[in-house]
Each structure stands twice: as structure tokens, then as C-alpha cells.
Design a protein around this ligand. Structure first.
Ligand code: ATP
Ligand code: MG
Length: 448
């Protein structure tokens, strides 16, 4: 944590008291009796072990906005493991998993519901953008290590004061005024990932940067703070950003926050890019709908779209960013512009399939994003994915060897030709494949 603190309540009028009884009632209305009973149970068990427990962070923010059931995070002042294990022993069917490295625990209930428990802590940043050193602390200290006022609120689960609302930095008022405000002047320098977290919150909840927080952002950018962040940490935040449903709004906000250089070196004409991004998202949805079990790194598709005209920049970044499928992006960026003309010339289905095959899955979807859904290129790419990609030759290497062909590179070529013949509709089963091999002079017409 850095020095100083932005006193939110001296500049922003309070949103008015929110008594524990009212919180209790709101919790019942929004989250239901069953969950309320679970929270009472945890609060009681923690108190018996001599430690307060709190709802904290994003779930309090989402609760105040009456958003659908969020992920629930609990902050425990004392021994997280003892509390989680006691809950598991005393509450019907709750299973506890403790992670000693992080000092966190997960409680999983038989109906699939789960809660995350973490120990209240303070954080000290030994250098800008370094990972923090952590020490146990009370809830008040835990709240100031957090990123924004709207994420620094807590609700007590203690039986004596269940529902007591802790909001030392005016998060509720900021939420009502739709303001995003850091908790102290060093916040972005301590941890620049907060800048990208903030941008996501701004887009998700339609928040504005509060004036002094905007000043702190500018200062952090002047100090080139992102240069100190590891590629892995930066990519993790950018990936979350690219996964936002309202990515077009996020990219516009990226411009307003002067953060485009994080994604690409040169600014873009935003409108055509946003249109391509929307098309890219459509293709991603199309893919997930048709292949629900297949893995696709959505962010790799969007990055390929964003980097389409600047392969050299991508090269530099891919060096540091652990993008799933990233190793293909560069090849795709070099090849994408050749594909449409080559497709127009391809005379056989197998030739078309080979062109699509030369791209990675994210590359294919990125190329389709450049054309309307009804375009022949889109249709060709989707046809490849749906029908051609999974097609296999009716004869495999073993079959061919059983027919007398010798193993080796020649066999590989025959298999490739068979695959093409299958794509071109010249063969459909083992027998038509055998006949085809005879016609090609690959097998003798009279077999031993
Ligand atoms: P979401 O709905 O996206 O999960 P969230 O606020 O719960 O929003 P998490 O990433 O789950 O976000 O983090 C939980 C809480 O931990 C945050 O509300 C915030 O208080 C705190 N937090 C997370 N990351 C940081 C960070 N980099 N710096 C300070 N506090 C953080
Ligand atoms: Mg969360």
C-alpha cells in the first residue's frame, strides 16, 4: 500500500446510513432465505472461533446494485482454515478445500453453490508494479489495500451485528454517482493492473473516472508504469478485457483512457475496427454454438483482428504474452491477406480445404470477421469447419500397409491424396478408396 489516502467522504456527500436491519432485509429479498441461513451459520462458527467474518469486495458492490447473484467472497480476520474446516464439519454437506499457499479456502455445498474465504490482510509493495508482501490484518486495513472505493465495502456476518455495513471510503456514494475512485494516491503505481481492472468496471457498470483518479492515471502513464509489469500479468488483464461482452465500448474507453498502446502501437480508425470486432464476436459465438466441446481462445481471435495490419508489433508482444494459440497468430497475420484471392482460384474442394487448413482456428475466425455473414468467404470458412475439417480418409496407414504399400514418406503422400480424394467426393468408403488407388496406379489391379 502506498502513502496517503484520498478522503472520499470529504469531497462527496454520504449516501445516507444503511442500517444492519435494512441490509438484512435486502439480503433476504435478493439472495433468499437459504443463503442467508448459510451466511448466519458461517458468521456463528467464525465467532465461536473468536474471529469476525465479512462479505467483502465485488459481491457487496453487486448486492448494492441489486445485480444477479454474484460470486461470494468472505474475508476472515482470523484463521481461514479453522473457519472453513469447522464450517465443513458443522454445515450440512459443505466440502472445504484449503489452499495453504494463498491462505484461502473454498466451501462447496452439495447443490453446487460455493463461497471463497480469504484472510484479511495488508499489502506492502516493495517496488512499483512488484508483487506485494502480505501480512494478516483487521478488516479496516484489509479494505484500504483494495483497488476502488466501490470494491472496498464489507458486511459483517458476526451474530452480534449481522448486516453491519462497513464503507470507510464512500463506495456506496461513488456507486450511486457512478464514480470510479482509487483509495490512495499510490494505487496505480503499486499495481498498474488496477488501471485495466478499473476500465472493465467502468464499462460493466457505466462508471466515470473521478477527477483526481484521472489525474493519478495520467501520472502513472507518464511514468510508463506498464513497462514494469510482466507480460503475463498484463496479458491476463487484457484477456479479461477482450472477453467483455461489450468489447466495442471497452475499446472506446481504452482510447479515452489513452491506453491504446497497450494493445497496439498505432491508433486505429475506430469505427471500421469496431465493426470487425462485432463480426469477430459473432463468429466466436457461431463457433461455440456449433462446437460446444471444443476449446477456442476467444482472445486470440480478437487479437488477430486487432493486429491484422501490424505483424511486427504482434511479434514483439507475443514474445512476452502467454496467449493461448499465440504461436499461430504470427503465421496467420502473414497469410490472411493471401487467402481470399487463393480461395477464388481454388478449383477443388480439397484445394479450398487446404487453404483453410493453413490457418489456425483463431486465424480462420478472424478472417471471417472481415466479411459479412452472407459472403462466400464466410460460407466457405464455416463449411470447412463444419464439414471438411473432421473428414477422415476411409483407409489409414495400417490398411495401406496391409495392402502391400511400404511404410515411409511415400505412404504419407498416398494418405494425403486419399484425404483429398475424400474431400473431392471421389471416394466414400474403403472399397471406393481401394478402387481409386488401383485407378491411380498406386495398387496393382489384381491384388495378391
Ligand atoms: P468480478 O465481478 O469481476 O469478480 P470483483 O470485484 O469480485 O469483480 P475480483 O477480481 O473477484 O473482482 O476481486 C475481488 C476483490 O478483491 C475486489 O472487489 C477487490 O476488492 C479486490 N482486488 C482484486 N484485485 C485487486 C487488485 N489488483 N488490487 C486491489 N484489490 C484487488
Ligand atoms: Mg469476484
Amino acid at each position: 500500500m502506498g502513502e496517503g489516502s484520498l478522503d472520499a467522504q470529504s469531497t462527496t456527500p454520504s449516501a445516507g446510513p444503511l442500517p444492519a436491519t435494512q441490509i438484512h432485509q435486502m439480503l433476504r429479498q435478493q439472495w433468499g432465505d437459504a443463503l442467508l441461513r448459510r451466511l448466519h451459520g458461517i458468521g456463528r462458527i467464525a465467532a465461536n472461533l473468536g474471529t469476525p467474518a465479512y462479505l467483502v469486495g465485488g459481491c457487496v458492490r453487486d448486492f448494492l446494485q441489486n445485480h444477479p447473484m454474484p460470486d461470494i467472497d468472505l474475508a476472515i480476520e482470523g484463521d481461514v482454515r479453522a473457519v472453513a474446516e469447522a464450517c465443513s464439519a458443522e454445515l450440512s454437506g459443505a466440502q472445504c478445500t484449503y489452499h495453504p499457499y494463498f491462505g484461502t479456502a473454498i466451501l462447496r455445498y452439495p447443490d453446487g453453490f460455493q463461497l471463497d474465504l480469504a484472510r484479511c490482510r495488508i499489502e506492502h509493495y516493495p517496488a512499483p508494479a512488484a508483487l506485494p508482501e502480505v501480512q494478516p490484518a483487521a478488516i479496516q486495513a484489509d479494505l484500504i489495500r483494495r483497488d476502488f472505493t466501490i470494491n472496498a465495502m464489507a458486511i459483517s456476518l458476526d451474530p452480534e451485528k449481522f448486516g453491519e455495513f462497513l464503507d470507510p471510503y464512500g463506495g456506496r456514494t461513488d456507486l450511486q454517482r457512478r464514480l470510479l475512485r482509487v483509495l490512495h494516491p499510490h494505487s496505480f503505481l503499486d499495481d498498474p493492473t488496477r488501471i485495466l481492472r478499473g476500465l472493465r468496471f467502468a464499462v460493466r457498470f457505466q462508471l466515470q473516472l473521478e477527477a483526481s483518479t484521472r489525474g493519478l492515471l495520467e501520472e502513472a502513464l507518464t511514468q510508463n508504469i506498464f513497462a514494469r509489469l510482466s507480460g503475463a500479468r498484463l496479458w491476463r488483464e487484457l484477456k479479461y478485457l477482450l472477453e467483455l461482452t461489450d468489447l466495442p465500448a471497452a475499446l472506446e474507453e481504452l482510447g479515452a483512457w489513452q491506453l491504446w498502446p497497450l494493445l497496439r502501437p498505432t491508433p486505429l480508425e475506430v469505427e471500421p475496427l469496431l465493426a470487425k470486432i462485432r463480426r469477430g464476436q459473432q463468429e466466436i459465438h457461431w463457433f461455440h454454438r456449433h462446437f460446444p466441446d471444443e476449446k477456442l481462445c476467444d482472445a486470440a481471435v480478437l487479437l488477430t483482428i486487432l493486429w491484422r495490419d501490424i505483424p511486427w508489433a504482434a511479434e514483439k508482444r507475443l514474445h512476452y504474452w502467454p496467449v493461448t494459440d499465440g504461436r499461430y497468430i504470427l503465421n496467420d497475420l502473414h497469410r490472411l491477406s493471401e487467402i481470399p484471392a487463393a480461395l477464388a482460384k481454388a478449383s477443388h474442394p480439397s484445394a479450398v480445404a487446404q487453404l483453410w487448413e493453413s490457418l489456425s482456428l483463431p486465424g480462420i475466425l478472424a478472417l471471417l470477421a472481415e466479411y459479412p455473414e452472407t459472403d462466400t468467404i464466410t460460407k466457405s470458412g464455416r463449411y470447412y469447419l463444419l464439414k471438411q475439417r473432421g473428414l477422415t480418409s476411409p483407409l489409414n496407414g495400417k490398411d495401406l500397409q496391409a495392402m502391400g504399400l511400404a511404410p515411409g514418406p511415400q505412404l504419407g503422400k498416398v494418405l494425403r491424396h486419399l484425404h483429398d480424394a475424400r474431400l473431392d467426393g471421389a471416394i466414400k468408403d474403403k472399397e471406393t478408396a481401394r478402387q481409386w488407388l488401383i485407378r491411380q496406379g498406386i495398387l496393382p489391379s489384381i491384388q495378391p
